[in-house]
Write a protein that binds this ligand. Structure first.
Ligand SMILES: [Zn+2]
Length: 232
């Protein structure tokens, strides 16, 4: 990462902001490494910049501790372990609709800044194609009926189940191995019986999926390891 604080004009990368609510001079650094000097109204700018100079060491140290955001790299291929598929990704200019499956295993995405969104829409299509019938077959196998299912791209949850028995599944489940996905389907189907995480609920989950603890732990950590395009 190009760190402007290694250059002599480092002050230029600091944003100055006068805040009527600020009661004292302070330096703010956000999680993306943006530095802001916040001045109370009427505070002398020259003095504020002198203060900034005295804090340079602290600012550099703080910035060095911030992990840079994962760069948004164009994928050359997308692996969907849940359904044992691998797609080669090619980019095309002016592609209508943003994406097209040229043939099974070859996905075309439109050139341009909106490719992550197109890729997510394609993943939702894949989710409808594969996660919906998968849920239906597990439901039939375990005799746990549900009312409806929606595939979405939630940022923090793998799935949910409403009191009426409508299940939401995250399209990113396709990026996981099949075992935790099957567990997640069972987890949501069990909520059609118990709308909570009570002991009785977990007893039911354990009866239907004895290894549920391992899969539950895997799911908890997995969201943070998803590719950057999923939330860009
Ligand atoms: Zn739950």
């Amino acid at each position: 990462m190009n760190n402007p604080f290694l250059h002599d004009d480092w002050r230029a990368s600091v944003a100055l902001r006068v805040s009527p609510r600020a009661r004292y001079l302070r330096i703010r650094i956000d999680h993306q490494g943006r530095v802001e000097l916040v001045l109370p109204r009427g505070y002398d700018r020259g003095e504020a910049l002198q203060f900034l100079d005295t804090q340079r060491g602290w600012v550099e140290k703080t910035l060095s501790r911030i992990t840079p955001p994962e760069p948004l790299l164009r994928p050359e291929q997308i692996t969907l372990p849940a359904i044992d598929q691998c797609w080669q990704v090619d980019f095309r200019a002016g592609l209508r609709g943003g994406f097209r499956e040229q043939e099974p295993g070859i996905l075309l995405l439109r050139e341009g800044d909106d490719w992550p969104e197109s890729l997510r829409r394609w993943l939702t299509v894949q989710g409808k194609r594969h996660l919906v019938p998968w849920l239906a077959s597990v439901s039939a196998e375990l005799a746990l009926p549900f009312r409806g299912v929606t595939i979405r791209g939630q940022k923090t949850r793998w799935g949910s189940c409403s009191a009426r028995g409508n299940i939401n599944l995250n399209h990113a489940l396709l990026l996981l191995p099949p075992e935790p996905v099957r567990y997640l389907l069972i987890h949501e189907l069990c909520h059609t019986v118990h709308m909570n995480h009570s002991r009785a609920y977990w007893r039911l989950v354990e009866r239907l999926c004895p290894d549920y603890r391992i899969h539950d732990r895997a799911l908890r950590g997995a969201m943070a390891r998803m590719p950057a395009w999923l939330h860009a």
